[in-house]
Design a protein around this ligand. Structure first.
Ligand code: ADP
Ligand code: ZN
Length: 454
């Protein structure tokens, strides 16, 4: 069962709703904000020129830099009296992106997150252990609002505190866990040390997102925790989580809340909109936000759209799981690849854990790739690590089984991605853990020759 009517309406009705809201949005930003007015005037577009959904092509694209250039308030369209909440991106490079929410924006967010929770099968009978960070990061509060709206009991844990998380998970009998997939894998390791078998707990559902994760990672999580894992997607610039979500019934693509976020998939270089089914960069237009609407915002996320109705009954267009970001993509000696592809390879092999880091460096004019992968505790013990503590790295270099494993992984990477990488096995726990999003790439090359845009 869907949470709201708009999730199951016909395409014609959806397009009518979208057009009405798009027209309203363009008139609203044009009337309220000088930066937007200038952007539209430069393209000689007036709000009344938007007569059909195709006319969206007349509108300019926006990118993160546009928001940064106007930091902090330049793109706001609501007055401070009406703004009730701020959120911001982590801002690892320069100033963060600050997003304002009016009461109606918080309502919209609650609504789309209630849809996502319902999609995952969460009801008022559930206890939701919310491990997404509370604070400026949107994951915590967004999930909180949605879970409360469907009547669930929220345990607002935020990130970190692994042992406490596990204790409360056991004692209160959490039935749902919401977290980044990488943190959940970390929790599993901590649980193992505490002698906890997560499969014996009451968990039945997980709502995961905020970072790329693969189908193999889904299988691994489901198997380790004995739960059904659903994906959800979002970005702070749009509202946070809740842009799209998987239904637990089918889990074949993420339903886009397209009556609030109008999706286009564009060619990342020409910016031409691509037909349904073709892979490209997702651009989103907010058609409901009041605080800081964004027109054709380039997410850098790569996906494709599928308009076919889903067997769950929802008719919302579906997007594929994000296969990578245009700015996360590495081009090594002419081969494009995403770190998530490495993850899939690792998860297919025994003895290694999905904690890895891709290190890219340049020797002369050649890019060199090193993939550092953690072995499991079990593998380490068998390799003699328990006897010779402290020299794990040495052991892994010398033991024959480790050498064989390195060779297998190197071959898998070559076969499946097409690059020759140096594989280094590292002892368990040596890849830095993150309480939020995992950092998978260390690019040591000079800035000018990286393939990324940021
Ligand atoms: P959030 O707080 O929702 O994570 P951020 O603005 O910090 O928002 O980051 C958004 C980016 O995180 C997206 O553009 C995308 O690259 C990534 N992301 C979010 N959810 C997913 C997901 N389910 N799968 C893959 N990537 C995701
Ligand atoms: Zn569905």
């Amino acid at each position: 069962m869907a949470w709201s009517r708009e999730e199951t309406i016909g395409r014609d009705e959806m397009r009518r709703i979208q057009l009405g809201k798009l027209q309203k949005t363009v008139a609203y930003v044009y009337g309220k904000n000088a930066v937007y007015r200038k952007m539209l005037d430069e393209r000689k577009v007036k709000p009344e020129d938007i007569r059909s959904l195709d006319d969206i092509r007349k509108l300019p694209f926006t990118v993160k830099q546009d928001i940064r250039d106007q930091y902090p308030f330049g793109l706001f369209t609501a007055s401070m009296e009406d703004i009730v909440e701020f959120h911001a991106t982590s801002g690892t490079t320069g100033k963060p992106v600050v997003v304002p929410y009016t009461r109606n924006d918080v309502e919209l967010w609650t609504e789309v997150m209630a849809r996502a929770c319902t999609g995952a099968g969460i009801t008022n009978k559930d206890i939701v252990q919310n491990i997404y960070g509370y604070g400026l990061f949107t994951g915590g509060l967004g999930t909180h609002y949605g879970a409360i709206r469907v009547g669930a009991t929220v345990l607002p844990m935020s990130g970190g505190n692994s042992q406490r998380q596990i204790m409360l998970m056991q004692d209160l009998g959490s039935t749902v866990v919401t977290a980044t997939p990488s943190f959940l894998m970390h929790l599993h390791e901590v649980g193992l040390q505490m002698g906890v078998d997560f499969k014996k707990l009451k968990l039945k559902t997980g709502l995961f997102g905020a970072e790329p994760w693969s189908e193999s990672m889904r299988q691994a999580i489901q198997e380790k925790f004995g739960l059904k894992a659903c994906d959800m997607y979002g970005l702070t610039e749009m509202i946070g989580p809740g842009v799209s979500f998987e239904c637990h019934e089918v889990r074949d693509g993420l339903h886009v809340n397209e009556d609030f976020f109008y999706p286009e998939v564009i060619h990342p270089e020409t910016c031409e909109p691509l037909p349904f089914g073709e892979e490209g960069e997702l651009a989103l237009t907010t058609i409901g936000n009041e605080g800081m609407p964004l027109l054709r915002y380039r997410t850098r996320d790569i996906t494709r759209l599928n308009p076919a109705p889903c067997a769950c009954g929802r008719t919302l267009v579906r997007m594929d799981r994000i296969s990578g970001r245009t700015d996360d993509m590495l081009i090594i000696r002419g081969v494009n690849f995403f770190p998530s592809q490495i993850e899939s390879i690792i998860l297919k092999r025994q003895g290694v854990s999905p904690h890895y880091m891709v290190v890219v460096d340049r020797q002369g004019s050649m890019d060199e790739v090193e993939v550092r992968i953690e072995v499991t505790e079990d593998f380490m013990a068998k390799a003699g690590g328990d006897v010779l503590k402290g020299s794990g790295q040495e052991i892994l270099k010398n033991v024959a089984t480790a050498r064989q494993k390195i060779e297998n992984l190197r071959r898998d990477i070559k076969d499946m991605i097409g690059i020759t990488a140096k594989v280094t096995l590292v002892p368990p726990g040596t890849i830095p853990r993150s309480e939020g999003k995992a950092r998978r790439v260390e690019d040591k090359r000079p800035k000018g020759i990286r393939t990324g845009r940021s």
